[in-house]
Structures are given as C-alpha cells and as structure tokens.
Ligand binder design. Structure first.
Ligand code: NAD
Ligand code: TDX
Length: 339
C-alpha cells in the first residue's frame, strides 16, 4: 500500500503520518508538501530516516510535479491535508486560499483520474456548514446540513468539497470526504488559538480574545482525528461524507482560562480585542454516522488532552521558538498590533 499524504509537514498531516507509519509498518507513505509558512520539515525529522517514508517538496497546484510523483510512486491512495488553513489570513488575502484549496484539489484529482487510485480522501472541515446560534444547544451539524460558508477559507474548503463530489459523480472517482471540528495537540502552528495562548502566556504577553470570547468550538485531540481518517480510508463507503467531532464544545474564554490555570498565569493577561470579521458563533458536530458505520469514538478527554498539549509545548520550545522568531513576528504585529 502506497499513500501520498499532502500537507504532511503541517499540524494534522504530520500527526497522521506518525500514526500511519506506526500502525502500518509495511505501508509506504509519501509526504507531498511545498513548505509554506505553516509547513516545517523539522516536524518530520523523526521519520525522515524511515525507509518506508519519502518527503517531496512541491505544490499540489503544480500539475507537472504532481503527475511526475504519480508516475514514480503509483500511489494506491491520496489523503489531501494540504491547504491554507487559517481563517484570519483568508480574511486578509483570499487568493492563495482559492489557488491551493480549490485548484490544488482539482490537480490532485486529475492525477488520480489519469493514473488510477483506489481512494482519494479529502480532509475537510465543519466550517463548510457555517455556524449555529448560541441559544440553540439542541442543533448540531450532520452530513445533511446545507453548505453555508462565512469566510474565504471556509468557502474555499466548501468549493473543494463540491469539486470532490463532482469528480465522483462525473468520473466515478472513488472519493471520501471527512469534515472535522477544531483540532488541538502537538505541532499546532502558533497562529491558532490554543498554541497562541500557551506561548503568549509563557511569555507573560497579553492573551488576545476576539469579541467577548463567547464563540464556541468543538475541540478534538488530533490523534482522534487521525484515527477517524484511518478508518474512513480503509472502511468508509465511497462517495460518502463523514463528520468527525468530539462532543466537546467550549467557549474561547473558557479555553483561555484553563490555559492560564494550567500554566499558573493570571487571568489579568486576558485582553479583549476587536472581533474577527464574520466570526462564526458556534460549531458542533453530530458524529453519529461515523460512530454507527465505522465504530469511531473520540478517545482523549479534553481535560487530559489539554494537559498533554501544554506539556508538549513546554517540552518542545525549540520547535516553536524557531517559528515565532521568523516571519511570524511580522504576522503577529500586523494582526494584533492595532487590534
Ligand atoms: P496547517 O496549516 O498546519 O498545515 C498545512 C500544510 O499544507 C503545511 O505543511 C503547508 O506547507 C502545506 N501546504 C499549503 N499549501 C500547499 C500547497 N499548495 N501544496 C502543498 N502543500 C501545501 O493545517 P492543518 O491545521 O494541519 O490542517 C490540515 C487540513 O485539515 C486542512 O485541509 C484543513 O482545512 C483541515 N482541517 C483543519 C482543522 C484544524 O483544526 N486545524 C480542522 C478541520 C479540518
Ligand atoms: O488570537 C485569537 N483569539 C481568538 O479569540 C485567535 C487566533 C483565535 N481566537 C478565536 C477565534 C475562534 O473563535 O478562537 C477560536 C479558534 O480560532 P482558530 O484557532 O483560528 O480556529 P478556527 O477559526 O475555529 O478554525 C480552525 O478550526 C477549523 C482551523 O484553523 C481551521 O483550519 C479548521 O477548518
């Protein structure tokens, strides 16, 4: 079995590669990643010497490079994590989101049609469903919830999902799609809520909470997401969408307070800043389908997962210190300087 994992130098893709190499030692895993600001080769250092692993630096939008890789490796499956993934960046500059998330997905699927594969899996997001109101805790996203996006990021992911479904119906491409809620865990890029708050708190810097901090996200430990994708690519039904979520809804402000408590930092570091434009209020996944069909359930409770995550950031300062001392400083100043 040969699997191309795109975007494997990023947060979830790298965790997926570790999971797969560990669980299936006879599988060949190829990581295709162009190493944007969010991709770090150092993340993959521990698997670089594994004879069943290969890293290839190229963009999923580069048709020639993608076709060449398919000719060399004859992959059985593609799992597409490669994406521009940060909502705030998409609000500043949507274009690269359209290029990578939509056009890149089409290039990968064209290669799949040309060379033949047994499965193309698209890693999508619950953000394609838009948001839910805070005063309706009875509502959840199911696979039947209409697509209704808010940001350029979520629109680009929804565009990709529609293309994946079109390639299935029109060309019979054997596809699956998973739509997951917010992940957290090791190797999460410092621009995202949980690592940003951990790193700022460690430096006694202000903790910038958007709006009133009432927005709700459904947090899932990254390993649980990886296990769900593993089940879908092996046992999921072709042409189907599977929602993945942890039934673990929390407000942003509660998350930030937990991080302060775990690190022994004062809540006075919390600073309310201007809200995100078009900010989604609440995400909440109904994972009944993947549970009933594939037996998946989240295994890591948030109370335990957040402790493990904070400990990981304490133990891997060299990983994030390199990141926050580069281009990230300009990003931080631009996003938060006058907020
Ligand atoms: P990330 O930003 O940490 O990593 C993205 C990776 O993709 C990086 O390694 C980057 O270099 C690579 N990449 C970007 N553009 C590329 C291109 N044109 N060609 C090749 N590689 C490219 O993202 P993440 O948080 O790991 O998210 C991975 C996937 O999961 C994304 O598709 C995202 O939409 C989806 N997702 C993320 C979450 C979450 O909470 N982080 C939740 C649900 C779904
Ligand atoms: O500084 C911050 N302050 C703040 O209040 C940041 C970075 C975020 N927030 C809020 C915005 C959101 O309500 O925290 C919440 C989480 O924000 P992000 O970490 O940016 O995640 P989100 O926008 O929810 O999107 C994430 O989950 C779905 C991923 O980045 C997406 O790739 C995924 O599809």
């Amino acid at each position: 079995m040969t699997i191309i994992v795109t975007g494997g130098a990023g947060f979830i893709g790298s965790n997926f590669i570790f999971h797969m190499l560990n669980k299936y030692p006879d599988y060949r895993i190829i990581c295709l990643d162009c190493l944007t600001y969010a991709g770090n080769l150092s993340t993959l250092a521990k698997v670089m010497d594994n004879p069943n692993f290969r890293f290839v630096k190229a963009s999923i939008t580069d048709r020639e490079a993608v076709y060449k890789l398919f000719e060399e490796e004859h992959p059985d499956m593609i799992v597409n994590f490669a994406a521009e993934s940060h909502v705030d960046r998409s609000i500043e500059n949507p274009e690269v989101f359209l290029d990578t998330n939509i056009k890149g997905t089409a290039v990968l699927m064209d290669a799949c049609r040309k060379y033949g594969i047994t499965r193309y899996h698209q890693v999508s997001t619950d953000e394609v469903y838009g948001d839910l109101p805070l005063d309706r805790p009875d509502l959840f996203f199911t696979e039947e919830t209409p697509i209704h996006t808010s940001s350029p990021y979520s629109s680009s992911k929804a565009g990709a999902d529609l293309l994946v479904q079109a390639y299935h119906r029109t060309y019979g491409l054997p596809v699956t799609i998973s739509r997951c809620s917010n992940n957290y865990g090791p190797y999460h890029f410092p621009e995202k809520l949980i690592p940003l708050m951990i790193i700022n708190a460690l430096h006694d810097k202000p903790l910038p909470v958007y709006g009133k901090g009432e927005n709700v996200r459904d947090w899932l430990y990254v390993e649980d997401h990886c296990k769900a994708i593993d089940l879908i690519i092996h046992n999921g039904r072709v042409g189907e969408v599977y929602n993945i979520g942890g039934h673990n809804e929390m407000t942003n402000i509660d998350i930030v307070k937990i991080i302060c408590r775990e690190l022994g930092k004062p809540e006075s570091l919390i600073t309310y800043v201007a809200d995100r434009k078009g900010h989604d209020m609440r995400y909440a996944i109904d994972p009944t389908k993947i549970h009933n069909e594939l037996g998946w359930l989240p295994e890591t409770k948030f109370a335990n997962g957040i402790k493990k995550t904070i400990q990981w950031y304490l133990d891997h300062k060299e990983w994030w210190e390199t990141i926050i001392s580069g281009e990230y400083e300009n990003y931080y100043e631009k996003m938060y300087g006058n907020r």
